[in-house]
Design a protein around this ligand. Structure first.
Ligand code: GCB
Length: 623
């Protein structure tokens, strides 16, 4: 297991970044023969090929239903010119591909990765033919397989009914979009380079007026490459937004002390939108010099999203910078028309503009780590993130296997090393709706909690529960109770009137069982077909979705720590879902969509969005 964070490929004075996004050659490998026929070594992929955009899920790009529902290997290929390699290391980086990936460069195996939602990369310098030319042509071939198994995360089971009828059963409802769905980059570093940076901002001193007087930042720099054991020298500098150095050090592991720090605060702590000005970001600049005395620079790397803030949980509250924090936002998915899960800056920008419009201050990366860019934007916009692993749907006893546990640990390591330096990440969610009442779940989640705690980088850990308060066996090992409840939707059909009492009883029951853990409602929602109306409200209408949320809100306000700061134990509400999203086709999914969005899949509001917006404006005004 690599514990390195795979620093985001930023351009600096010493690093070049080349985007390989665009149209790649693509084809299905329906009979899984590509590897034995050595397609990776051919000058072209065998026909029939088509052009496929990268990044994008391949499923919805064409009019071909076979491509839409393909399960198995697909192949991508393109050529690229790599600039001169002398004195440089060229790294080929995939921001993510779903699920199993094999990458060849000039016919040789360069990097393999298992798991759909985290970056992977390989140093391809050895595969580039050395020449004196300005650049050399390199062929990149990628095979990606979207088959899920009982030991992948998420899990799945392939059913082969006949030669023409195969089906992937998935214990989760979002469509299993696949392909190279995030960007591909080629970047260079010097041969001795900054490999990783971790920084922890969990220590702030205050005066009597609760003004921060100083902060102690603990950091660690990892140097790698040809010269890393020689006498290289590092300079670590923290710059404010004016570019002024406010602290520096020359040890590779030490502390930076910042006097009178500007803190990073998420929105909604008595701040009104836009709250960018309350989420102060410093830049950490690390410079690597050739040796102790020389001024020759080998490498420079900057992290421009350093937020100074603390997180602390009490038995009933979630504190950020020692002040009460209340999560109010909505869950999401990486999902949009045509692109599927494909990363797109248009969708990214709209995502954050809509959270601003809604006065939302948080989302969970349900149900997998999102593209890095979401975390960069969240840092800047003051939006809190609950970072979730792809462990969604661990619902059957045989999924709790040693193989799954080992892979789960690897994914946790990769996710935390990628995301730990983002101030917006306030908590880690290690699974969604596992079968936590099964006997196997107890040891499994005890092992996951023990493994994660030392890595958690100051964040509380949790998983999101669907089991009942008297059957769950795992949350005892975690810091917070997050529950998903669909009263008046998946039970008590049409009975909005029953919701308030059921929610209040549910929260009280969890509180009684875990009197020292704060509680968050991490999902609740109702499918709503936009334009469908009825009064009195009926299921699937816009009026029903409004009434549904109003009924939940009335219970939340009875127990909320925001409204009752001394007695409350309730720390937040995250409706399911911000946007309609694609699912498998079934009798409960009209048009192949889960329609619990406050917004349509095209990002237009349904009536309930205005109810939530009004509520969140009120919540922000609570002193
Ligand atoms: C849940 C799941 C979520 C589903 C949702 C639903 O509990 O966590 O992934 O989409 O229910 O709408 O069924």
């Amino acid at each position: 297991i690599s514990s390195h964070g795979l620093l985001y490929p930023h351009e600096t004075e010493t690093r070049q970044v080349k985007s390989l996004d665009g149209l790649w050659h693509f084809r299905l490998d329906e009979h899984a023969v590509g590897e034995s026929e050595r397609w990776f070594a051919l000058p072209e992929l065998p026909e029939p090929t088509i052009f496929m955009p990268v990044p994008a899920s391949f499923n919805d790009i064409t009019q071909n239903i076979t491509i839409h529902r393909h399960i198995g290997w697909v192949w991508y290929a393109r050529d690229v010119f790599v600039p001169k390699t002398a004195g440089l290391r060229w790294v080929l980086r995939f921001q993510a591909a779903h699920y199993e990936s094999r990458v060849w460069v000039n016919g040789q195996s360069a990097v393999n990765h298992s798991g759909g939602h985290l970056p992977f990369e390989g140093d391809i310098t050895p595969f580039i033919k050395n020449s004196n030319d300005v650049s050399s042509k390199v062929r990149i071939v990628v095979a990606v397989n979207n088959t899920l198994t009982p030991t992948t995360l998420p899990p799945g089971e392939l059913h082969i009914y006949s030669s023409t009828y195969r089906e992937l059963e998935t214990p989760f409802d979002f469509f299993n979009y696949a392909g190279i769905d995030r960007s591909v980059l080629l970047y260079s570093t010097s041969t001795t380079y900054i490999q990783d940076i971790t920084i922890d901002t969990q220590s702030i001193d205050y005066d009597a007026q609760h003004t921060a007087t100083s902060a102690t930042l603990t950091y660690s720099i990892t140097i790698a490459g040809s010269n890393s054991h020689n006498a290289v020298r590092v300079l670590i500098e923290l710059l404010d937004t004016e570019g002024v150095v406010v602290a520096n050090n020359t040890d590779s592991r030490s502390v930076l002390i910042v006097n009178k720090p500007n803190l990073w605060q998420p929105c909604g702590m008595n701040h009104t939108h836009p709250c960018t000005e309350h989420s102060y970001l410093y830049t950490l600049q690390v410079t690597l010099y050739n040796d102790a005395s020389s001024r020759e620079i080998l490498d420079i790397y900057r992290i421009n999203h350093i937020g100074i803030r603390t997180i602390r949980l009490t038995d009933s509250k979630f504190l950020v910078n020692e002040r009460l924090f209340y999560f109010h936002g909505a869950n999401a998915h990486e999902d949009s028309d045509i692109r599927g899960k494909g990363f797109d800056n248009v969708i990214l920008a709209k995502h954050f503009n809509l959270y601003g419009w809604l006065h939302g201050n948080a989302f969970r990366t349900s149900h997998y780590p999102y593209a890095d860019e979401f975390y960069h934007m969240a840092d800047r916009f003051g939006i809190a993130i609950i970072g979730e692993t792809p462990a969604v749907g661990l619902t059957k006893a045989h999924y709790f296997s040693p193989e799954t546990l080992a892979h789960h640990k690897q994914v946790i390591t990769e996710m935390i090393s990628r995301d730990r330096n983002h101030p917006s990440v306030l908590m880690w969610s290690l699974a969604n709706e596992p079968g936590s009442g099964l006997p196997e779940a107890k040891d499994y989640f005890s092992a996951i909690a023990n493994f994660t705690r030392p890595l958690a980088a100051g964040r509380p850990i949790t998983y999101v529960i669907s089991a009942s308060h008297n059957s769950d066996l795992g949350i005892q090992f975690f810091d917070m109770v997050c529950i998903n409840r669909y009263f008046g939707w998946y039970s008590q059909f049409g009975r909005i009137d029953q919701i308030p009492d059921l929610v209040t009883q549910e929260l009280a029951a969890w509180r009684q069982r875990f009197p020292t853990k704060p509680i968050l409602m991490s999902e609740y929602g109702a499918d709503t077909v936009p334009g469908l109306h009825s009064d009195p409200s009926m299921m699937f209408t816009e009026e029903y979705q409004k009434d549904y949320y109003l009924a939940y809100h009335s219970s939340f306000d009875n127990v909320s720590s925001l409204i009752h700061p001394t007695t409350g134990f309730f720390v937040g509400e995250l409706p399911w879902n911000m946007f309609d999203f694609a699912t498998d086709q079934s009798t409960i999914r009209v048009g192949g969509l889960n329609r619990k969005g406050l917004f349509t899949r095209q990002r237009q509001p349904k009536a309930a969005a205005f109810v939530i917006k009004y509520r969140y404006e009120q919540l922000e005004a609570v002193p």
